[in-house]
Design a binder for this molecule. Structure first.
Ligand code: HDE
Length: 713
């Protein structure tokens, strides 16, 4: 396994590859020497000149007769399709799901009953609010949509990395998304919720308070797609061979554990590498460390549903894992990047209604609305009813029906018959193998109403907050203060604090202090008074931390004359920890170590700030330290790593540089460690497995004051 990212672009492209040609003169111009290499038009006509359009004289007007020029520009003009109305920015990869446990007691779906069966799949991760070109580290929910190409057709779990949602009824979705995305008059702000419209809508929507706790937590600034959970959110239904139904919630659990960055890092990563998450997944897969998740299910019946404190049809509620454990029934690995981003990641079309026999729906009003929405949106986005003809959306089983024609039809049946029943032959219904909807008794009047069982908006929000470690609670407070400080209307800030008073009074006071509210508002009247629920460990990221540096990335900052022995020791320790490293140098050409060898740099210091890494090692010579001590990006490299509570290793010669960067001997804690030899390198990597030294954050953050000492009760 290669241990260093950045040199891993695949060389095995299928399809044509071209040498680029220079302009006038053509000294570097490579010409085709065989028909296979020959550039053609879309009609297959060979092209002789792709550098100059046809003109009436060298300085004359371009002629309409130039069909190659016309076709090339025409095609370019039509390259874009509408971006997704939500989840526009995404990144996908292929993988395989393997079933480990037979669920035939609950479902007839082959993918969930044939142990050992390997099902190909495609996953698209996304942010929700930003446009296609927005930055990866926006504070936002991450979409986690999976398409399983099963033997019985395609099954999609169109999930998120948060198990609840903002709203209870799909009719509010356009309002939520309008409020979150850029304002219609000015077209900004995008890819963020820190603005008046979003918090105005939220402050008037008490049902979103549980989700607010999740989005203000570190879950919305993940370190990598590889370190996020996924949730199907709604209660779905499994249906067994006898037609019996069992409720199910789907979970994806990352094998490398959960991890997030800090907000200050997120802001800086967006500048340093707006593609941070996509690059991370691309590198991990291409370097042979493909990420894996377990597929888990929470299974329950009507008896549980009737006695559970909340309505299982309410998508603003979880079922705590302590109440119904997550059964891990199989796992999936994402081990193949796409060949073409547009063809696969952009054109993939998910739909909650893509289910296979044995898997069905419940009456969750959010799910019901989604079931309508997805097909509709694909029609707009992909331009016609034939999006299943695109390879990424095509099932890997035969498709046989009498649907025909339409834009870009690629799957065109042969023969005379295109209706059913018919006397000619062709595909027929199959009552034994075909999809059967769950047979459910339904009665009721047509009403536009919300069930009273959906009325408790604060209890699980409170449970989530109280289940966090204190540093995670601080981050929730910080995020609320940050977001509400960008809200101009004081009444909206106050209204949010009124809601927080129903969740946790210390949190409400911390936020009020952080905002310097002159008045501490009363709690908002709750439709249903909050109840106290036991905390759930599974809700905290840090409590479940992996305690391992596996899959993480170390930066080794190296100058000329640095110790070759320490660099080698570190790279070996990284390999042992199943992690990766990058060498950061003052110039990209690399650095000459004290044994005369030259080490290649993957990043120049100002292009590789420490926010891009999980831990840093400063391996420099005395001269190197003196040079770095005057360089602002080099000093930021150290001071940011320190402020972001990261583990820092250093060689003795680095001390004066560290001091200039604001890490004086007095500031050194157990997270800043000297590297003298190979043993130290191994111990340092073990320490890095803790990922952060969170206590340090309280020393270096002004907002800690509001957290430690909020308004008196
Ligand atoms: Fe979606 N959602 N959504 N959503 N959603 C879309 O479909 C919609 C909701 C989710 O990578 C759209 O293909 C409605 C919850 C993901 O391609 C659209 C409602 C959850 C993706 C749509 C919701 C999701 C989408 C836009 C409220 C988590 C990206 C483009 C009832 C469980 C899939 C598209 C991808 C995409 C509608 C709420 C997840 C417009 C009406 C809750 C991961 O159809």
């Amino acid at each position: 396994m290669a241990k260093r990212p950045g040199t891993n672009d695949r060389k095995d492209h299928a399809g044509p590859t071209f040498e680029t040609a220079a302009g006038e003169g053509g000294e570097t111009h490579q010409l085709a020497s065989s028909p296979e290499e020959t550039l053609t038009t879309q009609q297959g006509v060979p092209v002789a000149d792709d550098q100059n359009s046809l003109k009436a004289g060298e300085r004359g007007p371009t002629l309409l007769e130039d069909f190659h020029f016309r076709e090339k520009i025409f095609h370019f003009d039509h390259e874009r399709i509408p971006e997704r109305v939500v989840h526009a920015r995404g990144f996908g990869a292929h993988g395989t799901f393997t079933l480990a446990e037979n669920l035939s007691e609950f479902t007839s779906a082959k993918i969930l009953t044939e142990v050992g069966e390997q099902t190909p799949m495609f996953v698209r991760f996304s942010t929700v609010a930003g446009n296609k070109g927005s930055s990866d580290l926006a504070r936002d929910v991450r979409g986690f949509a999976a398409k399983f190409y099963t033997k019985e057709g395609n099954w999609d779990i169109v999930g998120n990395n948060i198990p609840v949602f903002f709203i209870q009824d799909a009719i509010k979705f356009p309002d939520l998304i309008h409020a979150a995305k850029q304002a219609p008059d000015r077209g900004f702000p995008q890819a963020q919720t820190a603005h008046d419209n979003f918090w105005d809508f939220i402050s008037l929507t008490p049902e979103s308070m549980h989700m607010v706790m999740w989005i203000m937590s570190d879950r919305t600034i993940p370190r990598s797609f590889r370190f996020i959970e996924g949730f199907g959110v709604h209660s779905f239904r499994l249906i067994n061979a006898e037609g019996k139904g069992t409720y199910v919630k789907f979970h994806f659990k990352p094998k490398l554990g959960l991890q997030s960055v800090t907000w200050n890092e997120a802001v800086k990563i967006n500048g340093a590498d707006p593609d941070f998450h996509r690059r991370d997944l691309w590198d991990a897969i291409n370097m042979g460390s493909p990420p894996e998740w377990d597929l888990g299910v929470q299974l329950f019946d009507d008896e549980f549903a009737d006695k559970f404190e909340f309505d299982i049809l309410d998508a603003t509620k979880i079922i705590p894992e302590e109440q119904i454990p997550v059964r891990r029934i199989g796992s999936f690995v994402l081990d193949r990047v796409v060949d073409n981003f547009f063809a696969e990641t952009e054109q993939v079309a998910f739909c909650t209604q893509n289910v296979v026999p044995g898997i069905g729906f419940t009456n969750d009003p959010l799910l019901q609305g989604r079931n309508f929405s997805y097909l509709d949106t694909q029609l707009k986005r992909l331009g016609g009813p034939n999006s299943t003809h695109i390879p990424i959306n095509s099932p890997k089983v035969p498709v046989q029906n009498f649907q025909q024609d339409g834009h870009m039809a690629m799957r065109n049946p042969r023969g005379r018959v295109n209706y059913e029943p018919n006397s000619w032959g062709g595909p027929r219904e199959n009552p034994a193998a075909g999809y059967r909807h769950f047979s459910e008794d339904l009665t009721g009047r047509k009403v536009q109403a919300r069930s009273a069982t959906f009325a408790d908006h604060y209890s699980q929000a409170r449970q989530f907050f109280l289940s966090q470690t204190s540093i995670e609670q601080k981050h929730i407070g910080d995020a609320l203060v940050f977001e509400l400080s960008k809200v101009q209307r004081v009444d909206i800030r106050e209204k949010m604090v009124s809601h927080l008073r129903n969740i946790d009074d210390k949190l409400a006071r911390t936020v009020a202090t952080g905002l310097r509210l002159s008045n501490f508002p009363d709690p908002i009247a709750a439709a249903s008074p909050p109840i106290d629920l036991p905390p759930s460990e599974a809700l905290s990221i840090i409590r479940r931390g992996p305690n391992s540096f596996e899959g993480r990335k170390l930066a080794i900052l190296v100058t000329d004359g640095a110790s070759a022995k320490i660099v080698t020791a570190l790279t070996k320790a990284v390999e042992k920890a199943k992690a990766v490293y990058e060498v950061v140098t003052p110039q990209i050409g690399g650095a000459q170590l004290d044994d005369g060898t030259v080490i290649e740099g993957q990043q120049k210091i100002d292009g590789g700030p420490s926010v891009l890494y999980d831990a840093v090692a400063i391996v420099v010579s005395a001269d190197g330290a003196a040079q770095l001590a005057i360089d602002k990006p080099a000093k930021d490299f150290v001071s940011d790593a320190y402020a972001h509570a990261k583990f820092i290793g250093f060689t003795a010669d680095a001390l004066p540089f560290l001091e200039k960067a604001g890490v004086a001997p007095d500031d050194m804690d157990e997270g800043v460690v000297a590297l003298d030899g190979a043993k130290d390198a191994n111990a340092f990597l073990d320490l890095c497995g803790k990922l952060r030294l969170w206590d340090r954050e309280l020393k270096v953050d002004l907002d800690a004051a509001a957290f430690l000492d909020p308004l008196p009760a």
